[in-house]
Design a protein around this ligand. Structure first.
Ligand code: MG
Length: 388
């Protein structure tokens, strides 16, 4: 059973972040080469509360804070960190996830399980815990970070990937008034491509506001907001004329026949996001979309995302790596896989004001991976006390 005394609700206070930072720093020195595992593993999960830089609005919701799940896995003097952002669209939230974790045998599983045999260990986790993909992503990330630290290699190297082949990440512009949309677009001047949230009656005003500030390429995400194939086609034609290069999830996920029709007529590529939740969705999406948006929080973590990328490639689909609003812990896990994909939308950490860690950077939008073991996280001290 969960020792509830070990849980911490991190509300962005300096004290909480400093505790995390010290724990991380103390373990960093133990990241040497592999050796025999000794002793029991320790797995803990916490809720992390992230403050948004701007109120974030999409077709689905509007909020100033987001809660994600932070996992720590410790063994042999090394602590790995992982994060997952529960997705409302799939009825997940952080408090439910922790309650399910409390009631599950996962703590005992990871106490006695061998992290070097992570295929078996995480497979057993999947069997024991239906759903709860954000929780699984947090735990998988912590195991991956631990492995990388124990081996003394960055995760991209563990997966055999070329860090020079990372894509450019878009910066997302949430739905807002034209005035704030212009301001956000100006703030994103460093990014060569923007992703703009659409899917409402205000789409044209939003795009005109962005276009009043910049001529750079745009991608849009309708988040299932257009309700008929005819309306979606009309929107896509209008957007194509304004330099939009692709569109995510123009129609509700269940409208697969309509998506197939739309793909035959659209002048820009269409990507499945909400319709692409698990690896099993990919084969049937291949005729209705040009690509898929894979997110670690949505599919259950870094190892599952890697499998999905390969399955998508086998079906000749383009691949985007996306994210939810989350800290650098989650973003780093996705970034280490990014040399494998065509497009990246890994800006979740840039949308928050109290990121407790840093890892990947994105100068001029180019994902730049840290040459540090595991996820390569470095704690940002005192972030919660109002420091920049
Ligand atoms: Mg999307």
């Amino acid at each position: 059973m969960m020792n509830s005394g070990r849980r911490e609700f991190l509300v962005g206070t300096g004290a909480a972040m400093a505790i995390l930072g010290r724990a991380r720093t103390a373990n960093a020195g133990a990241a040497t080469g592999p050796s025999k595992s000794t002793g029991a593993g320790q797995l803990s999960v916490e809720v992390m509360r992230l403050k948004l830089r701007h109120t974030w609005t999409t077709v689905m919701s509007s909020s100033d804070y987001r809660e994600t799940i932070l996992c720590r896995y410790s063994k042999d003097g090394v602590t790995g960190l992982g994060e997952g952002a529960p997705i409302k669209r799939y009825d997940e939230n952080a408090k439910d996830a922790l309650a399910k974790f409390d009631a599950s045998p996962l703590r005992a599983l990871f106490q006695s399980g061998d992290p070097w045999r992570h295929e078996s260990l995480l497979g057993e986790m999947a069997r024991l815990m239906p759903g709860q993909y954000a929780l699984k992503a947090a735990i998988s990330g912590a195991i991956a970070d631990w492995i990388g630290q124990r081996l003394g290699v960055p995760l991209y190297r563990y997966f055999g990937l070329d860090p020079d082949k990372t894509p450019i990440t878009t910066m997302s512009i949430g739905i807002d008034t034209p005035e704030i949309t212009r301001k956000k677009t100006q703030e994103a001047a460093e990014f060569p491509v923007l992703k703009v949230k659409v899917g409402l009656d205000t789409d044209e005003a939003t795009i005109e506001a962005v276009r009043s500030v910049t001529k750079k390429p745009l991608r849009v995400d309708a988040n299932e907001g257009w309700k008929s194939k005819e309306q979606a086609l009309q929107k896509l034609n209008w957007l194509a004329d304004r330099g939009v290069e692709l569109c995510e999830q123009p129609l509700p996920a269940a409208m697969l026949d309509e998506a197939r029709w739309l793909r035959g007529k659209s002048r820009i590529p269409l990507f499945a996001d909400e319709a692409c939740k698990s690896i099993h969705d990919i084969p049937r999406l291949a005729e209705a979309f040009d690509g898929v948006n894979i997110k670690l929080d949505k599919c259950g973590g870094i190892f599952e995302a890697l499998r999905m990328i390969h399955v998508a490639r086998a079906h000749k689909l383009k691949v985007m790596l996306g994210c939810m609003i989350s800290s650098s812990v989650s973003i780093a896990a996705a970034a280490h896989l990014s040399p494998l994909v065509d497009y990246a939308d890994l800006d979740g950490g840039l949308l928050i004001a109290n990121d407790p860690y840093r890892s990947m950077t994105a100068p001029a939008g180019k994902i730049t991976l840290p040459d540090r073991p595991g996820l390569g996280l470095i704690p940002v001290e005192n972030r919660g006390q109002g420091h920049p």
